[in-house]
Write a protein that binds this ligand. Structure first.
Ligand code: PLP
Length: 387
């Protein structure tokens, strides 16, 4: 018999796989399911990027192996993007790493920076894929709570650090699943905490472009001292609707960037050069499509909030991302409420506990379909007389 390795057996069960299965079974039963469960952007990649990709694909120069550490033009474009958008100066060779989507770096980082038994500190609730990196590195998982009272920003005075180990702390703002965004004061506190405790920080900026009500999300690297203690990961998946293209980058502390590059040297031959070329276009061309996309997400959030409030369902006031973080009515758990909505209203949502035990009492709604579908979702939910 062929058996999987212990490391593979120790990987967490992938939460979204079970959700997809449940929703699939409901659809197969013939129900008209309104799927608000996932986080897959529904809009197409902007036409200028697709065209750049088509042209780059036709060029034989792009059919070869690209440099292991990515095309210099893309590293320069990423550095220029951070300078233009955030006023952050980066050395494209030493402070930028090209990655096949940000998930790759987020999962590799514990392996790149920690020894077995060192600590990974993750938010609860938080994006579940961070968990995958922990057993791969033989590291120890330490969850820290984030909650509504603190605007889903952790209270650093309550996070205990074991100084006999290395410690790697993940942040994620704008936040999945809650839609919270970070303040400048919070990032200053994070840098101070990292400096005082010799902690390294990974800030996941996957939703960096998506802020509402005129609040533009800050980059962690805009904070003084941030580059001494950590990095930020960026992805083109959400900003440019390029989730299927698998392209992103990490920026910041040169030692951490070198560690990411080194691990990638051993695991991957770089991303398809034509994709890297199209990514240069995405980062460098007019950003009009991004503005339109953010306006669309803000409109959807406002419409959904209005429909939810009209049935007496008060949302957490999210400030970014394309998620709504909604409380569960009395008498239900996150999971039993999500099951009820799928079963009785054919509305699929993600239970808050899919993001950690501290997500209990909430569900996550992904606003990635067009109206009138969310209003209809709220109408179906209204019929259950829960609010
Ligand atoms: N980080 C967060 C918080 C996400 O929600 C996602 C995707 O949903 C990712 C990272 C991964 O994005 P990608 O690997 O496409 O860059």
């Amino acid at each position: 018999t062929i058996e999987q390795s212990d490391i593979l057996n120790n990987l967490p069960k992938q939460f979204f796989a079970s959700l997809v299965k449940k929703v699939g079974a409901k659809v197969a039963s013939g129900a008209d399911v309104i799927n608000l469960g996932q986080g897959n952007p529904d809009q197409p990649t902007p036409a200028n990027i697709v065209k750049a990709m088509q042209e780059a694909t036709a060029d034989p120069a792009n059919h070869k192996y690209s440099p292991f550490r990515g095309e210099p033009e893309l590293k320069q474009a990423a550095a220029d993007f951070y300078q233009r958008e955030y006023g952050v100066q980066l050395d494209p060779e030493k402070e930028v790493a090209i990655i096949g989507g940000s998930k790759t770096a987020l999962v590799e980082l514990p392996l790149a920076l920690l020894n077995p038994g060192d600590n990974v500190l993750l938010p609860d609730p938080g994006y579940p894929d961070y968990l995958s990196g922990v057993p791969l590195a033989g590291a120890n998982l330490q969850l820290y709570p984030i909650s509504e009272e603190n605007g889903y920003l952790p209270d650093f005075s309550k996070i205990e650090i074991d100084h006999s180990k290395r410690n790697l702390l993940y942040l994620n703002y704008p936040n999945n699943p809650t839609g919270a965004i970070a303040t400048p004061e919070f990032y200053e506190a994070a840098v101070k905490f990292a400096q005082d405790n010799d902690v390294q920080i990974v800030q996941d900026f996957a939703y960096g472009a998506i802020g509402f009500d005129g609040n533009r999300p800050l980059s962690f690297l805009q904070t003084s001292g941030a580059k001494d203690v950590g990095i930020e990961t960026y992805t083109l998946s959400k900003t440019y609707n390029m989730a299927g293209w698998r392209i992103g980058f990490a920026v910041g502390n040169p030692e951490i960037i070198e560690a990411i590059n080194l691990i990638q040297d051993h695991l991957f031959v770089s991303v398809f050069p034509a994709v890297q070329s199209a990514a240069v276009t995405a980062l460098s061309d007019s950003q009009e499509s991004v503005k339109k996309l953010v306006a669309l997400y803000e409109k959807r959030r406002n419409q959904f909030f209005k429909a939810a409030r009209s049935i007496g369902w008060e949302p957490y006031q999210s400030e970014g991302t394309f998620y709504a973080w909604m409380p569960v009515p009395k008498g239900y758990t996150s999971e039993s409420f999500a099951d009820l909505l799928l079963d009785k209203a054919a509305v699929a949502v993600a239970p808050g506990t899919g993001f950690g035990a501290n997500g209990e009492g909430y569900i996550r709604v992904g606003l990635l379909i067009d109206e009138p579908r969310y209003t209809e979702a709220c109408e179906r939910i209204a019929k259950l007389n829960l609010f």
